[in-house]
Design a protein around this ligand. Structure first.
Ligand SMILES: *Cc1c(COP(=O)(O)O)cnc(C)c1O
Length: 356
């Protein structure tokens, strides 16, 4: 193998979608968030697999993403754009029949002027202060907007991955108050909200990270495997430094494998560095753990393979079996699984499995 390979298990994505759909309240449909190229795993491939699994509502961040997704999915599924109707997005929204989630009075004015009669959704800010109409703006325009029949009224939870956080109940209560009796479909729950339970589900949920195998969906099936080819190996004497800054010094005669990937491929430099024995960043040869030694550099990682009987052609960063998952890797780098997934670079050969 000449190039590092990212393997994406589309059957696992579909299984995770079905598992989240299986938790939905009676009458609630389950959509799918495929923004940022399907959290870095390929929006077209992921979404096609999810259409086969039964998903009909997709969410992207930007109109340009929606345009590409429409080309991949054909006419049937709804494609919602979370950034709404931005200046310059009208052509894409019209051409691809995207549904902008209108976030402000300004966006509403733009939408109704540019594309009268074109479907839209409304996003209301119930406490995150990020996107959506503040409650007083919504109250002021609801009487005018509701007769235009938005496809969806939505809001987003700030703290859904912390079930005990008081924000969850507060946002739920406010969303309920602002939308009750409208007769319009509603959506509040991303992955964390699905797991909070039925009162959060309304008519449509919109999980993202759980589909891709990440926390907080602890029961998710792992979706990604990442295998790095070994470029060369060397035997070094005790006392030999390895890598930039000579930050690791071999305590014994060691076999060091240099593998092809680094921080330019979404494996953060913060993964390297000294940690307690057995606790740091490691690659895997089958079930055997091989500690990463020295610093992660742009394109290369050095691995202590002294204890292997034989050095394989590739070492695994992520994958099934005993190795670390996306969230464990994120914890080592001081970040979250979302950031690891969306950072996995464009330099990998990508292989999609299943999804049929
Ligand atoms: C990203 C996003 C989601 C999906 O969130 P996950 O935590 O990945 O499930 C849902 N809704 C909105 C508004 C988002 O920005």
């Amino acid at each position: 193998m000449a190039q590092a390979e990212l393997t994406i298990d589309l059957d696992a994505v579909a299984a995770n979608w079905r598992a989240l759909a299986g938790r939905a309240a009676h009458g609630a449909r389950t959509g799918a968030v495929v923004k940022a190229d399907g959290y870095g795993l390929g929006a077209a491939e992921v979404a096609r697999a999810l259409v086969r699994a039964g998903a009909r509502q997709f969410f992207v961040a930007q109109a340009a993403e929606g345009l590409a997704l429409r080309a991949a999915l054909g006419a049937v599924p709804d494609i919602f754009v979370l950034s709404g109707h931005m200046e310059g997005a009208t052509a894409a929204i019209a051409e691809a029949r995207l549904v902008p989630a209108l976030n402000s009075i300004e966006q509403m004015t733009r939408h109704f002027a540019a594309l009268p009669g074109h479907p839209f959704a409304v996003q209301i800010d119930t406490g995150m202060a990020r996107l959506g109409l503040p409650p007083d703006h919504w109250r002021a325009v609801a009487g005018t907007i509701l007769p235009e029949r938005p496809l969806l009224l939505m809001s987003h939870l700030a703290c859904a991955d912390e079930p005990a956080h008081s924000m969850n109940a507060q946002q739920l209560s406010l969303f309920h108050t602002l939308t009750v009796g409208t007769g319009i479909a509603r959506s509040l729950a991303a992955t964390g909200g699905v797991l909070l339970g039925h009162p959060y589900h309304f008519e449509l949920t919109r999980p993202g990270i759980g589909l891709y195998g990440g926390a907080p969906f602890a029961q998710a099936r792992a979706v990604v495997a990442l295998d790095l080819p070994v470029i060369q190996t060397r035997v070094i004497a005790p006392g030999t430094p390895v890598g930039y800054g000579a930050s690791w010094i071999a305590p014994r005669e060691s076999v060091i494998a240099t593998v092809s990937a680094g921080y330019a491929d979404g494996l953060p430099r913060a993964l390297g560095g000294a940690r307690a024995e057995g606790a740091g960043f490691a690659l895997w040869a089958g079930g055997q753990r091989c500690p990463v030694v020295g610093r992660v550099s742009m394109d290369l990682i050095t691995v202590d393979v002294t204890d292997l009987d034989e050095v394989p052609e590739t070492l695994a960063v992520l994958g099934p079996g005993p190795g670390q998952g996306v969230d464990a890797l994120a914890a080592l780098a001081g970040t979250i699984g979302y950031e690891i997934l969306t950072s996995l670079g464009a330099r990998y050969a990508r292989r999609h499995l299943g999804g049929g």
